[in-house]
Design a binder for this molecule. Structure first.
Ligand code: ZN
Length: 263
C-alpha cells in the first residue's frame, strides 16, 4: 500500500460543494461515502449523480430490468440519506452499455453547471485492472472518463454545448478531481468517524450485497489498510487531480472573518 507520493498526514482540504459521479447505484457507497460523510458533517454540501440505475445488476434472467432499476434507485436514495447528500440525479443510461459520448457528457455538464461543485469525485478512468486481481467494469471506466471530460474543459467552456449557457446554465470551473478505486492514490482521508455511516449506507443495498454479515469486517479491514498509511484507524484513498491551484480560495479551516463574509 505504500506509495512514494502518499503524504503521511491525513488529507484535510475540504470542498464547500462536491459532486460524486458514479456509474451504478452502490458505487458511491463502496467508493468515497465515508469521505463524503466527513465533509458533509463539516459543512460541505454534496450531490450524487448515478449515470445508470443498475438495471443489469442481477443474475435472474426473468427479472424485470425496470423493476430492478426502480428498486436500486430506492436503495440508493436510502443510502444517500444516510451519507447526507443534499440530493441525487439519476441519468437513466443503460447499465452495461455506458459510453463516454457527447450525450452523456452533456448530461454531466448540465449536472455540474446546475449544482456548481468545487470538486468532482469519480471512478479513476485509468483503472482497467485492480492491481493484478480483477477487472474494472466498463461502466466504471466510461463514467470516470465522462466525468473527467465533463469537468474539464466542457463545464468551464461556455462554447461547449452552447445551448446550455444560452438557457442560463453558465460555465463553471470545477477546481479539483478526486478519483476513487485508483491504482495510484495520492491522498488519504481520515474516515475513522464516518466508516460506520459508509457501512450503514452499503447495508441499504440488499439487492447487491450477498454476505451482509461479513460486510462490516470486510469494509473495516480495507479501511484499516488505508488508515495505517496516515496513522489513523480508518482511511479512504483517493487520487487527487488539482485543475486550478486555489491556495487563496480553499475553504479549508475558515477564519471567522471569512465565515462572516459568507453569511
Ligand atoms: Zn458499479
Amino acid at each position: 500500500m505504500t506509495d512514494p507520493a502518499t503524504p503521511q498526514a491525513p488529507h484535510d482540504w475540504r470542498p464547500e460543494r462536491f459532486m460524486v459521479i458514479a456509474a451504478h447505484p452502490d458505487d458511491a457507497d463502496f467508493g468515497p461515502a465515508a469521505t463524503a460523510a466527513r465533509w458533509i458533517d463539516a459543512g460541505s454540501v454534496g450531490w450524487l449523480v448515478c449515470c445508470t440505475s443498475g438495471d443489469a445488476g442481477g443474475e435472474d434472467l426473468e427479472a424485470d430490468p425496470l423493476a430492478l432499476a426502480a428498486l436500486r434507485e430506492e436503495e440508493q436514495r436510502v443510502a444517500a440519506a444516510i451519507v447526507g447528500y443534499a440530493g441525487i440525479s439519476f441519468l437513466h443510461q443503460p447499465d452495461g452499455a455506458l459510453a463516454n459520448d457527447l450525450a452523456l457528457r452533456e448530461l454531466l455538464v448540465r449536472e455540474i453547471r446546475t449544482f456548481r461543485p468545487d470538486a468532482v469525485l469519480a471512478t479513476d478512468p485509468e483503472t482497467l485492472f485492480y492491481g493484478d486481481g480483477g477487472i474494472n467494469h466498463t461502466d466504471h471506466r466510461a463514467a470516470g472518463m465522462a466525468a473527467v471530460d465533463a469537468a474539464y474543459p466542457a463545464a468551464r467552456n461556455p462554447m461547449a454545448f452552447p445551448w446550455l449557457a444560452r438557457a442560463g446554465l453558465a460555465a463553471h470551473n470545477v477546481r479539483r478531481l478526486y478519483l476513487f478505486w485508483s491504482n495510484h492514490p495520492t491522498v488519504r482521508v481520515d474516515i475513522s468517524a464516518t466508516i460506520g455511516r459508509k457501512i450503514d449506507a452499503l447495508r441499504a443495498h440488499p439487492s447487491q450485497i450477498r454476505h451482509l454479515e461479513k460486510l462490516d469486517e470486510r469494509m473495516r479491514s480495507w479501511a484499516a489498510e488505508d488508515g495505517e498509511a496516515i496513522g489513523v484507524e480508518a482511511g479512504e484513498a483517493l487520487r487527487l487531480i488539482v485543475i486550478d491551484e486555489d491556495a487563496d480560495e480553499a475553504p479549508g479551516p475558515a477564519t471567522d472573518a471569512e465565515a462572516t463574509a459568507d453569511r
